[in-house]
Write a protein that binds this ligand. Structure first.
Ligand code: GLU
Length: 509
């Protein structure tokens, strides 16, 4: 019987969500949407030592910003809740009990010191069929002693009894079949009495089963845990409905070998987190794609192609196109180099296509940061529309459009040298008169009048126009001059010409 596709993104709230985790969430989402399935967000917070306040909110906010929709989760609710593992203790207890009763797991009382001593005596020590009978556990202690210790409140763990010498087969959608001999596995801790919580492994399997998850799509770093997970499904009697495993390729450093790390980002100047993160303990701030001026659609498009390709050479794809085209058949086994420059290219492409009014809204914080106010959204939108093709990140828009919002503080010395001569103040004075006489400042009309005046007087077109630009923009850059003067109030344009005549004239003589 075909089951409804149900996938889950299952982060542990131990800090900011890494960009690799975002890609995992995205692939889960694309697969769920493509198959009309459900996307679950499960918070795996069973490790109280690694819990970081604010991390769960950060995860929610990141996914929302990127448009990765969640159908069931802590915020969304759903029929399979609770979706935070720390709220599911009662559920896990039942299954730990069952494994103990069926002799598939056992109590262990070894103290951290005893385990450390065992590891010191033998660096290859693992808790398994060869060593378990030498340790302090319910396999070696009499039953009444075990009972007595538990009743006395002694701390214990419950370990999974792994039968050695078995061939464990993991079927992975991307890697094919991987076989591992159970003798290399250790008797993993499944539960700790100290916090009355299971460990990741048990909680993860129990929840995937109870939440009717059909595909476990996660990073390759979890592949080594998969054989243990297969054995757990069997031990719990759920082998028939075991989800399909899909282990995604690693994200690799942009240069050199190995896994992408935060340090690569710091060194080369790109974020490895979706949103800015303020570490609650150290106060350290790590940069995020959102705050750096990336558009969420660009980040999604860029990430989608790290480890997957559409089978043709399309690059720019909307979320819907990604949903339609996504396929595990085109996911690679080998790691994907994190080409952050490609990410910047994607952002450039998306920025260019963003409607001007939306850009204006995204640009507001840039204006606020500089204490600039008094411009209508329409003015801002038209200004940005003229320069958006020249920017990569939202922040770059300021460098391109600054003169629309503030008069030049200085004039580019090279341009002054090249374009401003002794005669220029006089010609600029005439230009002021010409502009004052124009009622219709639309680009085409102003251009016609001004060029007519230049021609009639035999002036040098390039020099006059560049001096004009220098006065208004502060340098010989920017969009078409008459588009600028169509948007800017005429008295502002004239004021800037007069100011330039005064200031440059005084310094250059
Ligand atoms: N809680 C694990 C993590 O932090 C989940 C791994 C999995 O998807 O099974 O990534």
């Amino acid at each position: 019987m075909d089951r409804k596709v149900r996938v889950r993104f299952a982060p542990s709230p131990t800090g900011p969500l890494h960009i690799g985790g975002v890609r995992t969430a995205l692939y889960n989402y694309l697969f769920a949407r493509q198959n009309g399935g459900d996307m679950i967000l499960r918070i795996e917070d069973t490790d109280s030592n690694r819990f970081v306040p604010g991390a769960e909110d950060y995860i929610n906010e990141s996914l929302a910003w990127l448009g990765i929709g969640i159908d069931e989760g802590v915020r969304e609710g759903g029929a399979y809740g609770p979706y935070r593992q720390s709220e599911r203790r009662d559920i896990y207890r039942v299954h730990v009990r069952r494994l103990l009763d069926e002799g598939k797991a056992y109590y262990a009382f070894d103290t951290p010191e005893a385990l450390k001593a065992a590891r010191e005596a033998d660096p290859n020590f693992i808790y398994d069929a060869n060593t378990r009978m030498k340790m302090e556990n319910s396999l070696t202690l009499p039953a009444d002693e075990v009972r007595r210790r538990i009743d006395a409140g002694e701390q214990y763990t419950v370990r999974f009894l792994i039968e050695p010498g078995r061939e464990v087969k993991v079927r992975d959608r991307i890697r094919g079949e991987v076989t591992v001999n159970s003798s290399i596995l250790d008797d993993k801790v499944l539960y700790k009495s100290a916090d009355d919580l299971p460990t990741y492994h048990l909680a993860n399997i129990v929840d995937d089963h109870l939440m009717e998850v059909t595909h476990v799509i996660r990073g390759e770093e979890w592949l080594p845990s998969a054989p243990l997970h297969v054995l757990l499904y069997e031990a719990l009697g759920w082998a028939d409905t075991m989800p399909e495993f899909v282990h995604l390729p690693l994200l690799l450093k942009p240069v050199g070998n190995g896994k992408l790390s935060k340090r690569d980002g710091d060194k080369l100047g790109f974020p490895v987190f979706p949103l800015e993160w303020h570490d609650p303990k150290s106060g350290e701030v790590s940069s995020g794609y959102r705050e750096r001026g990336y558009l969420p659609q660009a980040v999604v498009n860029f990430l989608a192609l790290l480890g997957w390709n559409p089978g043709d050479d399309s690059e720019l794809m909307t979320m819907q196109e990604l949903i339609d085209k996504f396929s595990f058949d085109h996911c690679s086994k080998s790691g994907a180099k994190f080409d952050f420059k490609k990410g910047i290219w994607f952002n450039h492409e998306y920025l260019k296509e963003t409607p001007d009014d939306q850009l204006a809204a995204l640009f507001m914080p840039e204006l606020e940061k500089r204490g600039i106010e008094g411009f209508t959204p329409e003015y801002t939108a038209r200004a940005l529309g003229m320069v958006k093709g020249r920017a990569n990140l939202i922040g770059d828009l300021w460098e391109q459009a600054d003169f629309f919002f503030e008069a030049p503080a200085e004039y580019n010395p090279k341009d002054v040298k090249k374009r401003w001569s002794a005669d220029t103040p006089r010609i600029m004075g005439e230009l002021v008169g010409v502009l004052e006489g124009i009622d219709d400042m639309t680009s085409a009309n102003a251009e016609k009048v001004v060029l007519g005046w230049i021609e009639a007087n035999g002036y040098h077109l390039g020099n006059v126009m560049n001096a004009f630009r220098l006065a208004v923009v502060g340098a010989c850059r920017g969009p078409h001059m008459f588009d600028i003067t169509e948007l800017m109030p005429k008295d502002e344009v004239i004021g800037r010409i007069r100011a330039a005549v005064e200031r440059i004239g005084a310094t250059e003589g």
